[in-house]
Each structure stands twice: as C-alpha cells, then as structure tokens.
Design a protein around this ligand. Sequence first.
Ligand code: PAF
Length: 286
Amino acid sequence: MEVIESVRRMQERAEALRAQGKTIALVPTMGYLHEAHLELMRIGRRHADTLIISIFVNPIQFGPTEDFERYPRDPEADLKKAESVGVDIVFMPGVEDMYPEGFQTTVSVRKLTKHLCGLSRPGHFDGVCTVVAKLFNITKPHIAVFGQKDYQQLAVISRMVMDLNMDIQIIGAPIIREPDGLAMSSRNAYLSEKERTSALSLKKSLDLAQEMFWQGERDAQKIRDEMVKLIQSYPDTEIDYVSICDPITLEEVSELGDGTLVALAVWIGRTRLIDNKVIEVQDTNS
Ligand code: PAF
C-alpha cells in the first residue's frame, strides 16, 4: 500500500494509472476509520482495478463553532485498517497543499442544500462539494463510493457530478450499524456511556416511523410528533431536525408513501448525530 501526501504526486500517479488502462475507485474519508468506512472500501475494491482512499479532515466544511479541532484522528490505525481491506493508495494531503494561499473557489449546489443539515450547518455542503470536486480532480476516479448515512451529502454530490458533467459513477452504500442499531460514525467516539444509550433514540424513532407507516399512518405531522416524543424521552437529547421529505428534492412532505425519506439530526450532549431511513412498504412474503 502506497501513502501519498503531495497533491501533485497523487495527480501524476492517477494519470499514470489511467494511461495504463486501470480503473480507479475513490473512497473519500476524514479518517478515524471504522467498519462502515471499510465497507465502502470493500465496495470500491470490487468495482475497480485500483482503490484509492483519501484521509483529510477538511477544514472548510466545519463551521466556526464546530468540532474541526477536536475531530478524532488516528492516522496510524487508519493505515493498518486500510491495508487490511486491500487499499492500494492512501492519499493524505496537508491543509496547505489542498488550500494554498489565494485559494478562493467554491462549488455550491443551490437547492438540495437548503434542507436538513444545510439549515443548521450553513456553508457545510459548499465545503464538502469543493473538497470532493478537488479530490476528484486529484485522484481521477472512475467511481466513488459514499455512505447513505450522509443521505443529503450523497444527494448533493450526485447532483454536483450530474450538473458539472463529471465522468464519475457515484455509488451509495447502505448504512452500517452497531449491533444495537446505532449508525456507525467517527463522532460516536465522543459519546459517554450514558450518552451512548440516548444515541439509540435516533434509530428507535426511525423504526417507530416505519412501524407507524406499516400500521397505516400516513400523516407526516403525526409521525414526526411521535418521533419527537420518543427522542425527548431520553436524557441529554436536543433535536436539530426531524424531517419527513421527498427522497429526491429533500422537500418536506405532508404524507408518507413508499420511498419517503425520514431523516434526523439530534444533539446528544455536545455531539450531533444524524441518521435516516427510506420508508418501505411491508414485505407480505415474510
Ligand atoms: O463524509 C465525509 O467523511 C466527508 O464529508 C467527505 C466526503 C470525506 C468530504 O470531506
């Protein structure tokens, strides 16, 4: 496994791979890798000759009061994990190389970012799109894999790729959960034992929405009210949003149907967690 820190060197390496006719898969990450990241890498591995991952805690996607400084980092452990799933190249650039003096360009997806996390994290998706566009230009992938836990991020990046005619296939990978249902996230590392229990309220409220739908409830407001009640019954929880929305436009809907997206962000103490579920009709065969 190769580790490349320089932007220029990475571009040259990617160019050489392409010249040899190799296909490239990219899994962009901010490090502190866990099983869900490794699953994205396994998917990437299956889709291309060369698997590149990037590890870069991107300062421009964090707001001024957010957790950029304390975001967990463990590059040594990350390299071991990456190697264990057959990563070929780890691209780990420095901030100055990614954003040299004079940097002033932003990639912005206008409408999809007006909902969900975009409301409480202004500028976040501009930061994500800008760094992902740069990573695409640097690593020159044919495909890139992103997790569906960050549903809005996946939607925004897919839109950017479409709108800017980037010749890259975007693959969305299913959410990976701990055995008790908590969606895997690097930020779970912040949770105390007590908060860890409260964090289960996210998945439980999504299950409740699905269950109410199966029981015949279609009214989004009624389902949202019950989800809110459930979350608030756990200590140290503060809801950022509970959205019941169209899975393509992310606009709120008043009635649920097959494929409606239920997405939420909840503060558990000082940690903001997100999760989501796409509502399914009941499988009558099981
Ligand atoms: O999902 C993440 O870890 C980040 O938002 C990404 C896509 C690596 C961009 O910094």
